[in-house]
Design a protein around this ligand. Sequence first.
Ligand code: 13P
Ligand code: SF4
Length: 311
Amino acid sequence: MLKDKIEDLKKEKDVVILAHNYQIPEVQDVADFVGDSLGLARQAAKTPHKIILFCGVHFMAETAAIISPEKKVLIPDIAAGCSLSDSITLEQLKQWKKEHPSAITIGYVNTTAEIKSELDYCCTSSNAVNVVKAIPDDKEILFLPDMFLGSYVAKMTGRKNMLIWAGECHVHAGITPENVKEKLNSLAHAEFLIHPECSCTTPMMYDVANGSYNSNQVQILSTEGMMNHVKNSKSNEFVVATETGILYRMKQQNPTKKFIPASENAECEYMKMITLDKVYNSLLNETTVITVPKEIADKARLAIERMLEIS
Ligand code: 13P
Ligand code: SF4
C-alpha cells in the first residue's frame, strides 16, 4: 500500500511530514503533525529530522526553508500557490513603505519570502492581535495583505493608526454573511466558528464583539484555535466558516459532535493539489526542493522569528 511505502521512505530518509489542516484526509493521515500556519512553522523550527516534507502551499514551505536553512524542504507540488499571498507584489509593498517611511510593517504569514524580507513583523491568524498590541501606540502600522484579518485586528485592538492592504483569499472571501445567516437561522444551538480571513467577519463584527450572533455563540479563531475550541466546548454542534478540509480532523477528534460547513464551496484548490501519489513521488525523488536566496532568507527570518516569539 502507498501509505506503507510512504512510512518506509520516511524512516529511511529521516523525513518529517508536516500537513496543514486543509489537506485532504489521506495526506493528513500520513503526516507527523497536522496544524495551523503558526504550529507548523514552530514544528519546522524545532524538528530534528533531516528533511521536511511540507504538505501545504508554497509560502508555508518557504517559511519552513527560511527558519530551518540547514534542512532540505520539499513540497509535493510546486504549483500549490495562494491567492492571498499573490495579492501584493514586492514593488507595491516598496511603494507603500516609501509613502509611510516611519511606519512599522506587519505582514501575514501568507506572503512570499520576498515580501517577508521587507517586513518588520510577520504574524498568523492566531497571533495577529498580539503582534499589533506589541507595537507602541504612537507608531503607524502598515498591515498586509488580508483586509478582513486587518479589520478584525483593528477592531480587537482599537488601533486607529493602522493602514490595511486591500487583499483577500478567494476561498474565505467567498464565505458570505448570507451563507452564515442561512445556516445559523436553522441551527439555533450551534456555536459559530469563523476564520478571520472570511468576508463575513466585517459585517458581523458588532455582534461578534458582543460574543453572540442571534442566539449563537461566536468565536473568531485560527484553524488550530478552532480545533482547540471544539475539543473544550460543551456544545455539540458547530457551524465552521473556513476551508472545509478542517472538518475531517474535527470529526476524527470529536466523533460525538456535529460539524457543519458555513459554505460547502469553501475549498482551496491549491491545498487540494497535494495528493498521496505526489507525496510518495516527492519522498522518493526528493522533489521539489524549496530554496530561498540567502540574502532574502536572512532578512525574512527576522520577521518570522519575531512572530514565533509572540503567541
Ligand atoms: P491558519 O492555519 O493560520 O489559520 O491559516 C489559514 C490559511 O488560510 C492558510 O492558508
Ligand atoms: Fe491561500 Fe486562501 Fe488557500 Fe489559505 S485557503 S492557502 S489563504 S488561497
